[in-house]
Design a protein around this ligand. Structure first.
Ligand code: FE
Ligand code: FE
Ligand code: ZN
Length: 277
């Protein structure tokens, strides 16, 4: 089954978002755990959650992907920012335990001048503090474009974080097509090679979700600007190869393209048309 969806707001609750994704032709969606630029989470609404779970069970909605706010930076030079990251991780992970097997995606962080090694050490430290070995959620590290002091620009950096976390059976990876293309992984010309590299450095069994985005920026530019599907430097042909690749096709795909509902509806329809099974 083709698991396809997009980023949606849960400002009006999970049930509304669930109905919205079905309306758009999808069967899964990503949402922000809280205001992406701020800190506050929506208060937990048990009734809405139960309504959503029931709706999901008969409308064919599969697992959801929860995205941490952009303000979460586990490796900032500022200790207050790291403390905020710890608080957000703990409270988001607690909220996600309501779901059967949630996925929680975060940006590894920006070391803000401390250097990659210090940054990775701080990320590992926080992950070790917030991971409860009995939790049902899997935390995903997102592959990044490598702008500024971003960590997670290479498969090696992601693999190093994973290898140093004690309960790393709780960790996986979310691959963002725009980000890795900007980071210098040529998924347009050498998709198989890139996936083999991912497999040998991180392991494809860690790959749990795909952010499906075209890119406004050239290959290896380290810039993070998403484009609509088929309107960027990655292009429709490469994206069609990605959604149909035997090593990727069973993963959930989430669009984070610059679209309103109408645009997402068209992109989801387009991708379903090009999906081979
Ligand atoms: Fe992201
Ligand atoms: Fe992304
Ligand atoms: Zn991005």
């Amino acid at each position: 089954m083709f698991k396809i969806g997009c980023h949606l707001s849960i400002a009006n609750g999970f049930l509304k978002a669930g109905k919205n994704i079905v309306e758009l032709g999808g069967n899964t969606f990503q949402y922000f755990s809280r205001n992406p630029q701020g800190g506050r989470a929506r208060p937990w609404d048990q009734l809405d959650f139960e309504g959503f779970m029931e709706y999901a069970s008969y409308s064919g909605i599969e697992g959801l992907l929860c995205h941490a706010p952009y303000t979460l930076n586990a490796c900032s030079a500022n200790p207050d920012t790291r403390e905020f990251a710890r608080m957000v991780f703990k409270s988001d992970l607690e909220m996600l335990e309501h779901f059967p097997n949630a996925l929680y995606n975060f940006h590894p962080g920006s070391h803000t001048g401390q250097g990659v090694e210090v940054g990775i050490t701080q990320i590992v430290e926080i992950l070790n503090e917030v991971i409860d070995p009995t939790m049902k959620t899997t935390i995903l590290l997102e592959t990044m474009a490598g702008k500024g002091s971003e960590i997670g620009r290479s498969f090696e950096e992601i693999a190093e974080i994973i290898s140093r976390v004690t309960h790393n059976e709780k960790l996986g990876v979310c691959l963002d097509t725009c980000h890795i293309y900007s980071a210098g992984y040529d998924i347009v010309k050498n998709l198989d090679e890139v996936l083999n590299e991912f497999d040998s450095i991180i392991g494809l069994d860690r790959l749990k979700a795909i952010h499906l985005n075209d890119s406004m920026m050239p290959f290896a530019s380290n810039k993070d600007r998403h484009a609509k599907i088929g309107e960027g430097t990655i292009g429709l042909d490469a994206i069609v190869r990605i959604i149909n690749h035997p090593k990727l096709k069973n993963l959930p795909f989430y669009l984070e393209t610059p679209n309103d509902d109408e645009g997402y509806k068209l992109e989801i329809a387009l991708l379903k048309k090009y999906r081979t099974n």
